[in-house]
Design a protein around this ligand. Sequence first.
Ligand code: CP
Ligand code: NVA
Length: 300
Amino acid sequence: MSVRHFLTLNSLSRNELMTLINRAAELKSGFKQKTVETSLSGRVLGMIFEKSSTRTRVSFEAGMAQLGGHAIYLAPTGSQIGRGEPMEDTARVLSKMVDCIMLRTFEHERIELFASYSDVPVINGLSDSYHPCQLLADLLTYSETRGSITGKKVVWMGDGNNMCHSYMNAAKIFGFSLIVACPEGFEPAGDIFEQTSSHVQIVHDPREAADQADLIVTDVWASMGQEQEQQQRMKAFAPFQVNSELMALAKGDALFMHCLPAHRDEEVTADVLEGAQSVVWEEAGNRLHSQKALLEFLIA
Ligand code: CP
Ligand code: NVA
């Protein structure tokens, strides 16, 4: 059988994703009870980061260690990647030495190219277009807090970015309705909308979007690589801030999520981020458990 990669949520079937989320919940409860796991004993994950990270790096590295394996961190500085060694070469070399490779990079095509040259599973640890690992954690968080997400109203507030695209994929796979509320000119990619439009609606009015929502999700207004657009974006996105007035339009038991890092009082106010409806810390912690389930699925 050809090697399986995890480049977008669509790389796995709905059933495989459900199995993975159930396994993540099992691993989480084992983690709390300090159960010793050895499912990836002797296995090695290579991690290439061409952008910064806190959560993704620590969750993959800790996750491998907790499953009895090991992870190696590579960044452009200090490796040949930063000196221009082609992705195709790095992929072929690393696949002879490790069991799985996680890559965080810019253009999504770079991950696709890397995966096409890799003999071992490749995981997308975030590209300009998608962040599927974060969705595993978000889906686990919703399911353990509120049960099934199928049929719910989820609102993506802000930029039509990588996280938004992965939410669009999730909406189609899990059958929830996703309202993307974004300023004009910051819509998600047209081709991804075309594939998911049965479950996605794009609006430009944040209040209309938030009405009776079960879950409101946001993200930074300028993603990694867009730092120079920060000032211009601040203006365009200001009406899309998730604050207590906006949360009040959602259902009384609506949840708030954010992949983090968060910019307090930009895309979300401090009171919402720290408030009773926010599950962001559990969500961040769930990166660990969901990715351990992913690593087992791809490697073991
Ligand atoms: N949410 C997320 O991917 O965080 P990091 O950028 O810290 O990895
Ligand atoms: N959209 C953000 C997500 C960070 C985890 C970015 O790409 O920077």
